[in-house]
Write a protein that binds this ligand. Structure first.
Ligand code: EPZ
Length: 460
């Protein structure tokens, strides 16, 4: 098991090259199964989720070669349709193989997908859409068994713009005979990327980038080489790092056009943001101003950066309010931040954060009473007395083991948020549960150490 150690309070100066996007690459890997041939994806991040998806594809009979950041998948020998239990249990994106496997193999077997525990994460929208396209799907306990005599295009309306369900339907529709009209589709940038990838393979798709996608299926596909975009969530994480710790960073390759809400919130919080041809230049002096935000499906503020912004708010100059509307249970790291002296109250889906300056790492310093009286009253009024007592008790108890603050990553983005908070904490913080972080960040320690942070990974 590895841990990340961070000694905070160093400002961040320099350039970070932003890795390729996990949430773009995973569906592209799944979509490669639609074609019998070779697909090459460049700018692929070397992360655990990509390894896991490669493992599944190899188990199914494909060959995968990842050299530097270029991944070549040969799908000609695809021979199995059963996703191995262990990998399905590790990664939510395994569900995205259902559509392509039904399309190419006419069957698919999987256990219920695992992944970050950030809420209930049902798969009803995936299953009902695939059923509408002619799949017979049985769910027995954890096991999902699907088969079809051949998928057929149809009209589908999603009741919520689920990213994964949109991707699954899109891929199934490319393999289906006839036309599929998908309404209420998610419009996350990664879906537009998937549409572009499929079109470059020969698929006929209209409406990319909108909430209505029209797919004329059954068209033969061909080999393709395709470059994945920069990861907007990783870029947002490092933006959060500079907001919390201060400094001046060029986020090279950050997809600014897909970060509008994030950059707007950063600017409101006092971060200077400049969009350049080579990326996004961000500069932060002093503490962030408090802010209010609510997550939402794209183009709203991404839920994947909610935890990071809670970490930023924990050092802001006043009280911030952050509302999560996508995943009902994405607050594990907010609770952990209390161990660093973060003054945080979670009420329903809103996190109220009273900024402290700085957070406490090794010194075990209690939170300094920096918040303005007015802010404090607002928090007090909004929290029930009981909630408040519980929060105070947890904050005081802390988890200071042997003088070093220890916090545990329980999900991918929440883990990254703890790293961001530790960069702005006095003394030393140990982040455990790093396996969650390496699912989506290629080298968070190397990236941040290269711009001045005192951060390293240690095997325990
Ligand atoms: C994708 O997950 C991303 N994962 C997530 O990134 C991201 O947080 C999420 O979209 C929202 O942007 C990948 O792209 C691989 P959803 P996905 O289906 O597709 C409910 C990260 O940290 N829902 O849009 O699983 C669901 O419970 C991750 O990189 C149903 O009710 O998200 C949730 O409340 C984690 N029924 C909401 O929709 C369904 O059948 C959004 O989920 C499907 C979803």
């Amino acid at each position: 098991m590895s841990v990340i150690r961070i000694r905070g309070l160093h400002s961040l100066e320099g350039n970070i090259r932003i890795q390729g996007s996990k949430n773009a690459v995973l569906p592209l890997m799944a979509a490669s199964l639609l074609h019998s041939g070779t697909v090459t994806i460049t700018n692929v991040p070397r992360i655990q989720d990509v390894n896991c998806m490669m493992g599944i594809l190899e188990y199914l009979g494909c060959s995968c070669v990842l050299e530097d950041h270029s991944l070549t998948i040969d799908t000609r020998a695809l021979s199995a349709a059963r996703i191995p239990d262990q990998e399905a249990g590790q990664m939510r994106s395994s569900i995205m193989l259902l559509g392509p496997l039904l399309g190419r193999m006419r069957q698919a077997v999987s256990r219920h997908p695992g992944g970050c525990s950030i809420g209930k994460r049902p798969i009803d929208l995936h299953l009902s859409a695939l059923r509408a396209m002619g799949a017979d799907i049985r769910v027995e306990g954890e096991q999902i068994t699907a088969s079809t005599p051949g998928l057929a295009g149809t009209g589908i309306r999603l009741s919520f713009p689920s990213v994964g369900a949109t991707e699954n339907v899109l891929m199934a529709a490319v393999a289906a005979e006839g036309t599929t009209v998908l309404e209420g589709a998610a419009v996350e940038p990664e879906i537009e990327v998937l549409c572009r990838f499929l079109r470059e393979m020969g698929a006929q798709i209209e409406g990319a980038g909108t909430d209505t996608l029209v797919v004329h299926g059954g068209v033969p596909l061909h080999d393709v080489t395709f470059a994945a975009p920069g990861d907007r969530i990783v870029a947002g994480t490092y933006l959060g790092a500079v907001m919390a710790a201060g400094g001046d960073l060029l986020l090279a390759g950050a997809p600014a056009g897909h970060m509008e809400q994030v950059l707007a919130v950063a600017a409101r919080a006092g971060c200077q943001v400049e969009i350049l041809p080579e990326g996004v230049h961000v500069r932060m002096e002093g503490r962030p101003k408090p802010f209010v935000l609510s997550t939402g499906p794209y183009p709203g503020f991404p839920t994947d950066l909610q935890s990071v912004m809670v970490a930023v708010a924990a050092v802001a100059d006043g009280t911030s309010a952050i509302r999560e509307t996508v995943f009902e249970g994405r607050f594990a790291s907010a609770k952990e931040l209390q161990k660093l002296g973060g003054h945080i109250i979670i009420k329903d889906r809103t996190v109220l954060v009273e900024g402290a300056c700085p957070l406490a790492g090794k010194e075990e310093a209690p939170r300094e009473a920096q918040a303005k009286a007015g802010d404090r009253q607002e928090v007090e009024v909004q929290a029930k007395a009981g909630d408040r007592q519980e929060v105070e008790a947890q904050a005081k108890a802390g988890d200071q083991q042997g003088g070093v603050a220890q916090v545990e990553a329980r999900d991918l983005r929440g883990g990254a948020a703890l790293v961001v908070a530790a960069l702005a904490a006095k003394g030393e913080t140990v982040v455990t549960g790093c396996e969650h972080i390496s699912r989506g960040y290629e080298d968070i320690c190397g990236d941040l150490a290269a711009v001045g942070a005192e951060i390293w990974m240690e095997r325990e």
